[in-house]
Design a protein around this ligand. Structure first.
Ligand SMILES: *Cc1c(COP(=O)(O)O)cnc(C)c1O
Length: 232
């Protein structure tokens, strides 16, 4: 068994190698450690390797960890589905939200963000593969939604997040990431705070980095196979 510190080292090196292959600055891709289902001890061990940003999907589980680990000063990213009646604790406890796909959610996050806190960083989740049951706004809806969210107080619209369809077809995957990068580039002149492409997970971060990812969300490659999610 590899130690957690070794796995973090391997993934960091892989990100740097993928950047160099893509002719990119190795510092241009941030590693978000996806810690859903992981214990506070595992997160502490990850933090001891220098990891500061963590992604969580399940709100109740995340809130308990955020409280238990408060003294570490970690940066928390919400990356899971958002129910509109659960926005307040997200607005109060997270630094980033990657899974916003409708205006109502963004409005509530803006309204509920505490006045003393910095603006909440948001990525719009785009259903880039147009899958029927998948979260995310459509490509057609994106420009209008981005404009409306960017105009909200207490929100800083940072970028786009995608989870393409599960496929073995690397060229199809590549085309999904490429289209996402193009969408961001098209919006950028109008919305200068946009600087983030949240794309790439354990199985496809090399392709995502080749196509311009600036933040990869990695769970399994860092922490090993996942325990089943806890019921909320
Ligand atoms: C679980 C999850 C990840 C991490 O997936 P791995 O395959 O374990 O790296 C990334 N993004 C989102 C939105 C997730 O839910």
């Amino acid at each position: 068994m590899k130690s957690l510190a070794e796995s973090f080292e391997i993934v960091r090196r892989q990100i740097a190698d993928d950047c160099i292959k893509a002719d990119r600055d190795p510092e241009s891709v941030a590693l978000l450690a996806v810690s859903k289902t992981r214990s506070t001890d595992e997160i502490r061990a990850a933090a001891a390797t220098g990891q500061t940003s963590f992604g969580e999907n399940y709100l109740q589980e995340a809130l308990e960890k955020i409280e238990a680990l408060e003294e570490l000063g970690l940066e928390w990213h919400f990356i899971g589905p958002i129910q509109s009646n659960k926005t307040r604790p997200i607005a109060e406890n997270f630094h980033w939200v990657h899974s916003v796909d409708r205006l109502k959610i963004a409005q509530r996050l803006s309204d509920q963000r505490p006045h003393y806190a910095n603006d909440l960083n948001i990525c719009i989740q785009v259903n880039i593969s147009a899958e029927e049951q998948k979260a995310g706004c459509s490509v057609a809806e994106l420009p209008q939604l981005a404009r409306e969210i960017a105009a909200l107080p207490k929100i800083c619209l940072r970028g786009l997040m995608v989870i393409p369809e599960a496929t073995e077809d690397l060229e199809l995957l590549r085309s999904r990431f490429r289209e996402t990068a193009q969408l961001l580039a098209q919006l950028k002149p109008e919305i200068p705070t946009l600087d983030t492409l949240s794309m790439g997970m354990s199985g496809d971060l090399d392709v995502a980095i080749a196509e311009g990812a600036t933040m990869v969300r990695v769970g399994t490659a860092l922490f090993g196979p996942r325990n089943s999610p806890r019921a909320n």
